[in-house]
Design a protein around this ligand. Structure first.
Ligand SMILES: Cc1ncc(COP(=O)(O)O)c(C=O)c1O
Length: 407
């Protein structure tokens, strides 16, 4: 008799965005005359930068000719892209990352979800709350947690982001083996200073732990005090894996390209206490289960690092940050406390009431969709996430409607 992986039955039954879609769908069906503005889901709205499109088209033309056609490429990515990443994202910031420590993939979601496969199942996890759900759900699937109770899984140490700590979790006193960090954060939009990150690196060194540093929103950092990479911190090469994505940097959410950095100096231990380089394990996993990102897409990603690409992607992130500023100012004007929006495209609003209640109020009275914070974890209760990924016109209209609805 074929049996299922019963860890899947531990997963919380409802998925946040499915719940939102159901409520919005019901509202739209009942009020087709009132158009809804969506500031909920974190998908970009602006088209690809022209430099990326041109590179993709030129690469597609190469694929059409026998002389320049390419079949399978290297699973880890073409050298031209790995070298461009190493030079522009790392060497330019003083970080020592070699091209062959960079693994090109089709998404930071997959990388963040797949990385746990190379670690033991009986390890201690530390995961932020609120959180990008992929970190916790993939560990539940793998059997690293107990059952869920009141929105938390047994056996997980939750790193709480609250108004009291400025939404940046403190380094815990208890040891953990695998720590997920996300800065600038989804959903709170909070950034971590150099001192905070240095404390995490020190914690990992002391506990022989590994940090999984998700910096999918790195391109939104404007504050010079906020590092763009964990490798800007001394010693991080020995304790951290970093995830980056072209999704929010250059509008690649539908195009799909990202990368994971696994330094060759990073090790983890077996039961007998012998150290194993994680680079070799991840290389084995990646080459066994993944066959590379399409050549035209890698060429489009490499174009991000050309002078035109850099200028265009900067304009793109500046545009979303300008929208984020409007949202922040409007929320503050309504007397609502918020963080984020300065180095991230998300604004985390302290609603001062139940987060689904606030969601329903904005949907019913303002026809604006936001994301209820409770869907991201217990600490998200009382908050909503507003995304800056929309047109200026839509955001301006949404802010007017919110002001009228809660005035
Ligand atoms: C924190 C975080 N990491 C990773 C991702 C996924 O990025 P990708 O599109 O590269 O899969 C997202 C997407 O929303 C995200 O918010």
């Amino acid at each position: 008799m074929i049996r299922i992986n019963e860890n899947y039955t531990k997963l919380k039954a409802s998925y946040l965005f499915a719940d939102i879609a159901r409520r919005v769908g019901a509202y739209v069906a009942a009020h087709p005359e009132r158009p809804v503005i969506r500031l909920g889901i974190g998908d970009v709205t602006e088209p690809l930068p022209p430099a990326c499109v041109e590179a993709m088209q030129a690469a597609t033309a190469e694929m059409a000719r026998r002389e320049t056609f390419r079949g399978y490429g290297p699973e880890q990515g073409y050298p031209f892209l790995r070298e461009a990443v190493a030079e522009h994202d790392y060497a330019a910031r003083g970080c020592r990352i070699e091209p062959d420590e960079i693994f090109i993939s089709d998404g930071a979601k997959c990388d963040c979800g797949n990385i746990q496969e190379i670690f033991a199942t009986d390890i201690r996890l530390a995961i932020p709350d609120p959180v990008y759900p992929v970190y916790i759900d993939t560990n539940v699937m793998a059997g690293r947690t107990g059952p869920e109770r009141d929105g938390r899984y047994e056996g997980v140490a939750y790193l709480e982001s609250t108004p009291a700590n400025g939404y940046v979790p403190e380094v815990p006193s208890a040891p953990a083996d695998l720590v997920y960090l996300c800065f600038p954060n989804n959903p709170t939009g909070a950034g971590a200073t150099r001192a905070r990150l240095a404390a995490w690196v020190e914690y990992a060194r002391r506990n022989r732990a590994v940090l999984l540093f998700d910096s999918a929103y790195e391109a939104y950092i404007r504050d010079p005090e906020i590092p763009h990479s964990i490798y800007e911190i001394e010693g991080a090469r020995d304790v951290a894996i970093e995830f980056r994505s072209f999704s929010k940097t250059a509008g690649f959410t539908g195009t799909r390209c990202a990368y994971a950095v696994v330094p060759k100096t990073l090790v983890a231990w077996d039961r007998a206490g012998e150290a194993h380089p994680l680079h070799a394990l991840w290389n084995r996993r990646h080459t066994t289960k993944f066959n590379g990102v399409a050549y035209p897409i890698q060429r489009a990603a490499a174009a991000v690092f050309t002078p035109a690409g850099r200028q265009q992607t900067r304009a793109l992130t500046d545009f979303y940050l300008g929208t984020a500023r409007l949202i922040r100012e409007a929320m503050a004007g309504l007397g609502l406390q918020c963080v984020g929006g300065e180095n991230a495209p998300y604004i985390w609003v302290n609603a001062g009431r139940d987060s689904w209640e606030f969601f329903d109020l904005l949907l019913n009275r303002a026809q604006v969709v936001v994301t209820p914070g409770a869907g991201f974890g217990r600490c998200g209760e009382g908050h909503v996430r507003i995304s800056a990924f929309n047109s200026r016109e839509n955001v301006a209209a949404a802010l007017d409607r919110i002001a009228a609805a809660i005035a």
